[in-house]
Design a protein around this ligand. Structure first.
Ligand code: NAP
Length: 519
């Protein structure tokens, strides 16, 4: 079979009436499926649990997306054992067959793109455009990792030695616990799960408790394509209740986590402690938070920079690890730039995510809303509130007006702590030197951008701006699979570079084989 080169999935142009109608229809179809009761999926069997929890539409608090079982520690053990049994066969399935599952899943998801996006609109409050981008990225991961799985297959050449036939092969590790966040509940979940599966590992997937319906949709799709039972096991329930049992299970070989710094560090620490009967050092892939900065230099195209900062800060309500939460602006253009930010921000429409007209939807839940509003209050004391600030919006959901806080010092809490909401701290820099110092003044190191027309400053930023994903004269969100391998430095994580050519190495171990040639 000849496989075309990888290309990113195109976004849907909702300004075309037909595309809008299609999405409206998908939203109506999904609305009819809300409120269902779900099951755990372990070894191909659908199981109930004693307790359940609900997933809620953040645009309409009264709307239940679904009712999900709270797995207990016993279920976690069953799921890990099932994955371990399935590993014996799955690890020997030819790479071409494993890749086929991913290619066919991608093709099915492409056919049902609006349906998947509609689930994202409902369950996590993504606007149409953001939901479409999430689904496209999920398709990209499937397509990209399928090709990568084929590339790593077989024996790879090493330095030749006379009298020996030598090579290296990449073999799977075993049971992989996949623990994704809610903010890219399709793309990140699909990326981590499909990377593990195509490499020959088996998976216990514990989705975020804010996005379990989307995880179920993906599991259903994979099984409909022919993924054998036990290769993917889905356990829902609070990370605080079952996370430790999953992470410390002696038969789990690797952990693929994306989420907050606090949980990532806990997983890393717990996974490092060997349990009785454990035979390996667990591998931990942990992608965590960010406090991402955009530097706007005095030589920048100010309009381009202002729209880039607003898109990076407030896309998906600022709930992206890559979101710009600090704008570091040269004092020569500071006042003008803040004014431009203000007029762009004030023009943003906040409303229900299923309304095509909304630029921003709700934040994910009540706890996030209260944390973000607290940070805005802190920001009022630490700087000057220029825009937004949580004024009244329909209280049917968790809506917050995007907030701009100017004149913030680098040691302020809102300049150091990840807020994960629509709040931008604006800082004034004396010159480019100080701008770089301020941008690097964080424990994180995920994304960053620089707007300038000065070639020397661009070169300096390439050398001195210490982030995993650096963007020049463009926004710092919207990494594309294949084009912008993604992962951060320092407390932003293990720099796994999701969507890059090294990623599958993390899900495999290399076996070097030297064979003496006997005539
Ligand atoms: P989170 O609270 O850390 O949760 C992430 C996942 O971990 C969820 O599935 C959660 O389950 C689970 N979990 C919670 N406690 C656990 C424990 N003790 N053991 C094992 N698992 C546990 O993060 P989030 O709020 O979902 O996501 C937002 C965070 O993710 C932000 O910090 C953001 O920057 C980061 N993020 C990073 C990247 C990146 O690539 N660097 C990408 C996206 C998001 P429950 O939902 O049941 O608690």
């Amino acid at each position: 079979m000849s496989i075309p080169g990888f290309l990113n999935e195109s976004s849907t142009d909702f300004s075309i009436p037909q595309h809008r109608d299609d999405m409206e229809r998908a939203l109506r179809t999904v609305a009819l499926q809300l409120g269902r009761a779900y099951r755990l999926l372990i070894d191909g069997k659908a199981l109930t649990a004693d307790k359940t929890f609900q997933s809620i539409n953040p645009s309409r608090k009264s709307q239940v997306i679904g009712e999900f079982p709270c797995a207990d520690v016993e279920h976690v053990d069953q799921a890990v054992r099932a994955a371990e049994r399935a590993f014996a066969a799955w690890s020997r399935v030819p790479a071409a067959e494993r890749a086929r599952i991913l290619f066919e899943s991608a093709s099915e998801m492409r056919k049902r793109k609006n349906e998947f996006s509609a689930w994202l609109v409902n369950e996590v409050g993504k606007t149409w455009r953001e939901a479409d981008a999430d689904t496209n990225e999920a398709i990209d991961f499937l397509e990209f990792y399928a090709r990568e799985g084929l590339r790593y297959d077989g024996t790879h050449a090493v330095t030749p030695v006379a009298g020996e036939r030598n090579g290296i092969v990449y073999i799977p590790l075993g049971v992989c616990a996949v623990i994704p966040p809610w903010n890219f509940p399709l793309a990140i979940l699909v990326g981590m799960t499909s990377a593990a599966i195509v490499s020959g590992n088996t998976v216990v997937l514990k989705p975020s408790s804010d996005a379990p319906a989307i995880a179920n949709r993906f599991a259903e799709l994979m099984f409909s394509i022919g993924l054998p039972p036990g290769v993917l096991n889905l356990v829902t329930g609070a990370g605080s209740d079952i996370g430790d049992a999953l992470v410390s299970h002696p038969r789990v070989r690797l952990l693929s986590f994306t989420g907050s710094k606090a949980v990532g560090l806990r997983i890393n620490e717990l996974a490092a402690r060997p349990q009785p009967a454990q035979r390996w050092i667990k591998r931990v892939i942990a992608e965590m938070g960010g406090k991402d900065a955009i530097i706007v230099d005095r030589d920048a195209d100010i309009d381009l920079a202002a729209s880039g900062v607003v898109a990076s800060a407030f896309g998906y309500q600022g709930q992206k690890c890559s979101a710009c939460s600090r704008a570091v602006v040269d004092r020569a253009i500071y006042a003008e730039f803040v004014e431009k930010l203000q007029s762009l921000t004030d023009a943003l429409r906040v409303g229900p995510a299923d309304d095509y007209e909304s630029d921003l939807g709700p934040v994910i839940n009540e706890r996030a809303m209260s944390t973000i509003l607290d940070y805005i209050e802190i920001g009022r004391r630490e700087g000057r509130l220029v825009s937004g600030g949580g004024d009244a919006l329909p209280d049917s959901g968790y809506f917050i007006r995007p907030a701009l806080i100017a004149d913030v010092d680098s040691d302020a809490r809102i300049a150091q702590e990840e807020i994960f909401g629509p709040v931008l701290a604006i800082m004034k820099a004396r010159d480019f030197d100080q701008a770089l110092t301020l941008a690097n003044d964080t424990e994180y190191g995920l994304t960053g951008a620089v707007y300038t027309s000065d070639a020397d400053k661009i070169e300096r930023a390439k050398r001195e701006f210490h982030v995993g994903n650096l963007y020049i004269n463009r926004k710092c969100t919207g990494a594309l699979v294949g084009a912008h391998p993604f992962g951060g430095f320092n407390m932003s994580g293990t720099c796994s570079k999701a969507g890059g050519r090294d990623y599958l190495l993390l899900y495999t171990q290399a076996k070097s084989i030297a064979e003496k040639i006997i005539d």
